[in-house]
Design a protein around this ligand. Sequence first.
Ligand code: ADP
Ligand code: UDP
Length: 259
Amino acid sequence: MNKRRVIYEGKAKILYEGPEPGTLIQYFKDDTTAFDATKKAVLDGKGVLNNRISEFVMTHLTSVGVPNHFIRRLNMREQLVRKVDIIPLEVVVRNIAAGSLSKRLGIPEGQSLPRPLVEFYFKNDALHDPMVSEEHIAAFGWATAQEYDDIIAMALRVNDFMSGLFAGAGIRLVDFKIEFGRWFENDHDMPRILLADEISPDSCRLWDAKTGEKMDKDRFRRDMGGVTEAYAEVARRLGIIRESGEETDNVIHFTGGSK
Ligand code: ADP
Ligand code: UDP
């Protein structure tokens, strides 16, 4: 196992070659970065929590028919996923104004949006992930018109489902970033679009429904402290870990199969 080939090492995760063709092992590091990696820290236990939280969300999304890369969790820090060709877009869905939206348009942080907004950013660190429109996506061939429609529909379904999931845990889903990829099932010609990467407090804004307290990566970005503790509280409220911090064994409760 130690001789596994590293396919890619990013800021928060390492991708290893998986045990079967078409699979990868996604390893969650404790490394945390913000502001184009100009701010860095190692947060003890963060990777373990994000592995569990992402497993939980992806498995539930599978159960409601949102196709995604997750196959199974392997251990505390690793999960087996389907290898996809990542579409070079960061897809952001927003329910409440915050972060770059507030900064760019002067909309006060915390103001509810009249409807969910879907935004696209070109995934390119050197260019600082610039915002792009449907026109850019079509002109530069990052996604076909059909893929673009699928991505928007899936992003909104993910938003609806996750908003309910977190609301049930007393948490407001303010916004989040997701990524998609093309999956060539059995080498068929037509790829399917799968949700990939991770869904965790690193990639979502999560506010306590009663107090408005931040339970996500903004605690790191804004030097608020208590980052891992907040992530653990998210995991506790979702029923992934117990009060004591120990893991629960039953991550999901659904009757459908897990394709
Ligand atoms: P970054 O690349 O921004 O530093 P990470 O450290 O999270 O981010 O690296 C994980 C990388 O793996 C991301 O670039 C993401 O696009 C990519 N990725 C996520 N899921 C898959 C997958 N199923 N197949 C191939 N690549 C993936
Ligand atoms: N986000 C992310 N990775 C990025 C940029 C944003 O996961 O590289 C998430 C971020 O955590 C937030 C949402 O996307 O939940 C919207 O982020 P925003 O555009 O407000 O940018 P930020 O304030 O993070 O710069």
